[in-house]
Write a protein that binds this ligand. Structure first.
Ligand code: PMP
Length: 357
């Protein structure tokens, strides 16, 4: 199998599997309990917290573990319920929908802006947003889910008030994430009724999941993965982009290669439908996604591609290739051995007129 869907979710790192297996056996006790097994579980949770804090230049007290990026995002939006919430058009649905339901007109405002988008990989002007928001007395949240491990992160240098992370995009387990909450900023818990996380998030600690997240964070730190992404992975991504443009008539890129995460490539193929391309590639053992996997099954074109291209046909004919550390040159060859033929077949049976013929 050629797996090119790392931005949707990533396989568990071997180090994570080992750590979680050990945790299942040794750190099963309730981490809030006062007995020794409880303390041992809590120590492991604190180790993971320190690793994330170190990785993003925060204080451990500023990290809250959650069930994932969607919960982290919802928690920040809920904190600003009734307030003016300004989001970029490229945000994940867990920001856009939560802001639509919970936003109001009270001041101060919350600005939520990702550093890089999950569907096209492109960078957003976060520094400008921070400057504007803080000048107005507002707060800033950034969903850094896709950025963790791909770029160095410094929440203090970015001057963020809140930031979101998820374990399963970095080789950790699904169902664990974190929220950075700068000391002293407003905060309302989403889950009330427990003393966990210093009363900031109720429910029994997900010790095994957090330990898995910790093992993935340690991997990022030990291997400085952002350097590997910047060199090896960027080269693979750029090579695939170039070969697509050269070898496939009617292809175009939705990702600006010079202004994006190094591991995401979104491309469109005129008069070929994204879902059909995905299925044909799947039949060849090549795993990609159409826009955002979270939104698949949705027939509406991706809001991100619509915002970026303004063209429903381009959005409907898009494929996201997202790379991880395991991808190789051979994977690119395997994709390019079949993709031109798939697109050609689809274009021949399409009722949509090709514009660039
Ligand atoms: N934000 C972004 C930018 C994402 O890419 C994703 C996953 N597609 C999420 C939030 C949701 O993450 P989780 O599955 O951890 O809730």
């Amino acid at each position: 199998m050629v797996y090119l869907d790392y931005a949707a979710t990533s396989p568990l790192l071997p180090e994570v599997i080992d750590a979680m297996r050990e945790a299942e056996q040794r750190y099963f006790a309730n981490a809030s309990a006062l007995h020794t097994p409880g303390h041992l579980s809590m120590n492991k949770i604190e180790e993971a917290r320190e690793l994330l804090a170190k990785l993003i230049n925060a204080d451990p007290s500023e990290i809250i573990f959650t069930s994932g990026a969607s919960e982290s995002n919802n928690t920040v939006i809920r904190t600003f319920e009734g307030h003016k919430i300004i989001t970029s058009p490229l945000e994940h649905h867990s920001i856009i929908e939560a802001a639509r339901v919970l936003g109001g007109n009270e001041k101060p405002a919350l600005y939520s802006c990702m550093l890089a988008n999950n569907e096209i990989g492109e960078f957003l002007p976060i520094a400008d947003v921070v400057k504007k928001a803080h000048k107005e007395g507002g707060s800033v949240h950034s969903d850094l889910t896709q950025v963790l491990g791909k770029l160095p992160i410094d929440v203090k240098a970015l001057d963020l008030d809140y930031a979101t992370f998820s374990a399963h995009k970095i080789g950790g387990p699904i169902g664990v994430g974190a929220l950075y909450v700068k000391n002293g900023v407003p905060f309302k818990p989403l889950i009330i009724g427990g003393n966990q996380e210093k009363k900031r998030r109720g429910t029994t600690y997900n010790t095994v999941g957090i330990i898995g997240f910790g093992a993935a964070l340690k991997y990022l730190l030990d291997h400085k993965t952002w350097e590997i992404y910047d060199t090896k992975i960027r080269a693979l991504r750029d090579e695939l982009a170039q070969r697509i443009l050269e070898e496939i008539p009617g292809s175009s890129l939705n990702t600006d290669l010079k202004n994006s995460l190094p591991n995401i490539l979104n491309a469109s193929f005129e008069a070929a439908e994204g879902e059909s391309i995905q299925l044909y590639l799947d039949a060849e053992g090549i795993v990609v996604s159409t826009g955002s996997a979270c939104a698949s099954g949705d027939i509406k074109p991706s809001h991100v591609l619509m915002a970026k291209t303004g063209d429903a046909e381009v959005a409907h004919s898009s494929i996201r290739f997202s790379f991880g550390l395991d991808n190789t040159e051979e994977d690119i060859d395997k994709v390019m051995a079949v993709l031109p033929g798939i697109i050609d077949r689809l274009q021949k049976i399409s009722t949509i007129e090709r514009k660039t013929k």
